[in-house]
Design a protein around this ligand. Structure first.
Ligand code: AVI
Length: 326
C-alpha cells in the first residue's frame, strides 16, 4: 500500500513516543475527525473544568453534591463501616469529603493520572481527615490495577461526576469491568450518572453564557500548539455543543470558521470552513438505561438516588459475578 504524503512526513524529534501525538494525528486523519476527550485535561484544562463545575448552567456538580450530602447516611448504612474507599479519577477530590465523612472508611485510595494534582489534593484532604490513611495512586484506571496490598477490607469504589458518560458504550462497559476487577470480591461502587432531560437544560450546560466551556474546548487546540509543535490558528475555530437525540448525548465540536491549514509535529492538515473536529461525547442515561449499563459492566444496582427534578442520579451497585444464563 502506498503511503500518503501526510503519513510519510517525519514526526518532530522527541514527540514520536507521545500517545497524545498519536491520538491527535489519528484523529485529524480519520473522518469524521475526532480527538479523545481525555486530552482536555492538562493543568489549564483541569482548571477550566473546575470552573465549569461552578457555573450556574452546569447542574451536574451541584446536584450530585446535594445528593451525597442528603443520602450519606443511607449510603453508610448499606456500605457498613471499615471499607477502603477507592476513587477513580479523583482530580480535586471535591466531593470526597461528603462521602468520607458519611461513612467510616478504613482507608482512602485516590487514583488519578495527573500525579501533581493527585498529591496536592491528597495532602489537602489529609488536613481535613488527619486520622485517615490516604494512599494516592498515580495510574491510568482504565485497565485493572493492583491496589496497595495492605488493605484486606472490602472496597467501595467511588466514580462521581458522570465521567462514565464521556465513554461510548463498549468503553464504558470495559471500564466498569476493569473497576470490578480492581475492587475485587464484595466490592460496592458508588457512581454518578447524568440523566436524559430537556435539551433546553442540557445544551446551556455545555454552552454557558460566560464562555468557560468554549475556553475549555478551545484549550485542546492551545494544548496541541504548546505540546505538539502545532500551528493551529485557534482564533479560526469556534466551540459547538449540540444534543444528539438518537445517540442520547451532548456532542462538543470545534468548528472552523474559515478554511484553515496548519501543521502538527510537522505534518500538514487542512479543514474547510464549517468542518468540525469532534472533541467530546457526554452520554445521558434514563434510569433503566443506567441499570442496564451497570449490569453489562458486572455491577448489580442495589440503591439509587435522584433529585426532585430527576436531573442526576447516584447509584450504589454491588460487584456481581457474570451470570451465563437467565
Ligand atoms: C467530566 N465530564 C463528566 C464532563 C461532562 O459533563 O461530560 C466534562 C465536560 N465537558 C464540558 N463540560 C463538562
Amino acid at each position: 500500500m502506498l503511503l500518503s504524503e501526510r503519513e510519510m512526513a517525519p514526526v518532530a524529534d522527541g514527540l514520536a513516543n507521545s500517545q497524545f501525538l498519536r491520538d491527535v494525528l489519528a484523529g485529524l486523519q480519520t473522518r469524521p475527525r475526532a480527538i479523545p476527550a481525555r486530552w482536555f485535561y492538562d493543568r489549564r484544562g483541569s482548571e477550566l473544568f473546575e470552573a465549569i463545575t461552578e457555573l450556574p448552567e452546569y447542574y451536574p456538580s451541584r446536584t450530585e453534591r446535594a445528593l451525597l450530602a442528603e443520602h450519606g447516611k443511607e449510603i453508610a448504612a448499606i456500605a457498613g463501616a471499615g471499607r477502603v474507599v477507592v476513587e477513580f479519577g479523583s482530580g480535586s477530590s471535591a466531593k470526597t469529603p461528603l462521602l468520607l465523612s458519611a461513612i467510616e472508611p478504613a482507608a482512602y485510595i485516590p487514583i488519578d493520572i495527573s500525579g501533581d494534582f493527585l498529591r496536592e489534593s491528597a495532602a489537602a484532604l489529609g488536613r481535613s481527615f488527619p486520622s485517615l490513611r490516604i494512599q494516592p495512586l498515580e495510574a491510568d484506571f482504565t485497565g485493572p490495577l493492583s491496589l496497595p496490598a495492605a488493605h484486606g477490607a472490602p472496597r467501595l469504589g467511588f466514580f462521581p461526576g458522570s465521567t462514565i458518560g464521556n465513554l461510548v458504550a463498549p468503553a464504558a462497559v470495559d471500564l466498569l469491568r476493569a473497576m470490578a476487577g480492581t475492587l475485587g470480591e464484595s466490592a460496592l461502587l458508588l457512581i454518578g450518572i447524568d440523566r436524559v432531560k430537556d435539551d433546553k437544560v442540557l445544551v446551556p450546560a455545555y454552552n454557558d453564557a460566560s464562555g468557560v466551556t468554549a475556553a475549555f474546548n478551545l484549550n485542546l487546540l492551545h494544548r496541541i500548539n504548546r505540546e505538539l509543535e502545532g500551528t493551529v490558528p485557534v482564533k479560526a475555530f469556534e466551540h459547538l455543543a449540540h444534543w444528539n437525540d438518537f445517540a442520547s448525548r451532548i456532542e462538543m465540536h470545534l468548528r472552523a470558521t474559515k478554511d484553515v491549514q496548519f501543521t502538527v509535529a510537522g505534518r500538514p492538515f487542512s479543514l474547510k470552513k464549517g468542518e468540525t473536529l469532534h472533541t467530546e461525547n457526554s452520554i445521558k442515561y434514563g434510569p433503566r438505561d443506567a441499570r442496564v449499563l451497570l449490569r453489562a459492566g458486572g455491577w448489580e444496582p442495589v440503591a439509587e438516588w435522584s433529585d426532585r427534578e430527576s436531573l442526576f442520579s447516584l447509584i450504589l451497585a454491588a460487584a456481581s459475578p457474570m451470570p451465563s444464563a437467565p
